[in-house]
Write a protein that binds this ligand. Structure first.
Ligand code: SAM
Length: 317
């Protein structure tokens, strides 16, 4: 489907849960989420209906995210169902990786084609600090499990946080020599409640090329990242700039939250509910959302936070 600004919408991000086993400081509050009632959340069957409805409108790529999608007990069967949906060509999943040692192989066998794994630091103490509870060893074991399970084109997502991990840019980029992965540095977005961070925490993506002048530019590959390679590295470095150089013109995405709200734009307060609807009704709501997708996400800065009245774990990053 083409939206009101001529963009072809072919990518759905479906958040399968708001819950997470970590508490990343820029993403969600320490006490977790105020648990919604079971009846408020989309069931597995509703998620599959929504995926079918979206596929019938031209969605070809699906990303399952959260919260942490791997804490959801039925994640493997949900992935299998999604993979069987006619029209869906690619299933990706975004995870913190800590549960991949048990789940990487079952996910691959269920039809997941690609994984994005979040990793903001290579220092065990800093990892525990930023996630408020996680273990760096578990996250690294998760990346290795994903490689052992045969996933290709794994992306490691690092949120750039001034004063926290900007000193680690070289070490994180060096992972592309050790593993055939893309390490992608993503600008910190000022979400609803990411109040742990002041204006100094935002650093633009250009800091990465300043710190690593040896990076060689590569042609774009259709994703939103600017791509580079360290000389001789097997993997690539990607830079994603939602704040300093937004890519709304190229946005081909639509989102559905775990509580059944269609969001035409990550930072817009607009939400349309599909909870309790049948597939045809969901199709109509999705159509509406695509037609009314905003032109861009509006100014984002420390003083002008995202207008989405949700934290990232409640939208699905
Ligand atoms: N739990 C999974 C994970 O850790 O990847 C999936 C959900 S998480 C919300 C998805 C992605 O959103 C992660 O890569 C995370 O770093 C990113 N994210 C969350 N809050 C963000 C923020 N304020 N700015 C930029 N990225 C953010």
């Amino acid at each position: 489907m083409i939206d009101g600004y001529g963009r072809e919408i072919s990518y759905l991000r479906l958040s399968v849960t708001e819950l997470c086993n970590l508490r990343c400081r820029y993403c969600m509050p320490e006490e977790g989420v105020c648990k919604k009632r079971h009846e408020e959340m989309l069931t597995q069957e509703e998620m599959l209906q929504a995926i079918r409805a979206a596929a019938s409108l031209g969605i070809r790529k699906l990303r399952l995210t959260g919260g942490e999608p791997l804490v959801k007990s039925n994640i493997v069967s949900l992935c299998r169902g999604a993979a069987e949906t006619p029209g869906i060509q690619e299933i990706c999943l975004t995870t913190n990786g800590t549960l991949l040692p048990e789940l990487a192989l079952p996910l691959r066998e269920a039809g997941v084609s690609r994984l994005n794994i979040s990793l903001d630091t290579l220092d065990a103490e800093k990892y525990r600090y930023i996630t408020r509870r996680g273990s760096l060893d578990e996250a690294l074991r998760g990346i290795e499990a994903a490689l052992d399970a045969g996933f290709e084109k794994i992306k490691i997502n690092t949120v750039l946080i001034g004063g926290f991990n900007d000193d680690e840019i070289p070490q994180l980029a060096e992972l592309t020599r050790r593993w055939p992965v893309d390490v992608r540095f993503i600008e910190l977005m000022p979400m609803y409640d990411s109040g742990d961070f002041g204006p100094e925490a935002f650093i633009p993506y250009t800091v990465v090329t300043q710190r690593l002048p040896e990076l060689e530019a590569l042609p774009r590959d259709g994703s939103v990242a600017r791509l580079y390679r360290l000389p001789g590295a097997v993997g690539r470095v990607g830079l994603i700039s939602p704040v300093s150089a937004h890519f709304c013109k190229e946005c081909n995405r639509i989102r559905i939250t775990a509580d059944g709200k269609v969001k035409p734009c990550l930072h817009s307060p607009d939400e349309l509910s599909i909870k309790g609807l049948n597939e045809e009704e969901m199709r109509r709501v999705l159509c509406d959302a695509i037609r009314n997708k905003p032109q861009w996400h509006g100014e984002l800065s420390y003083s002008q936070r995202s207008r989405a009245k949700r934290n990232m774990n409640q939208i699905g990053g």
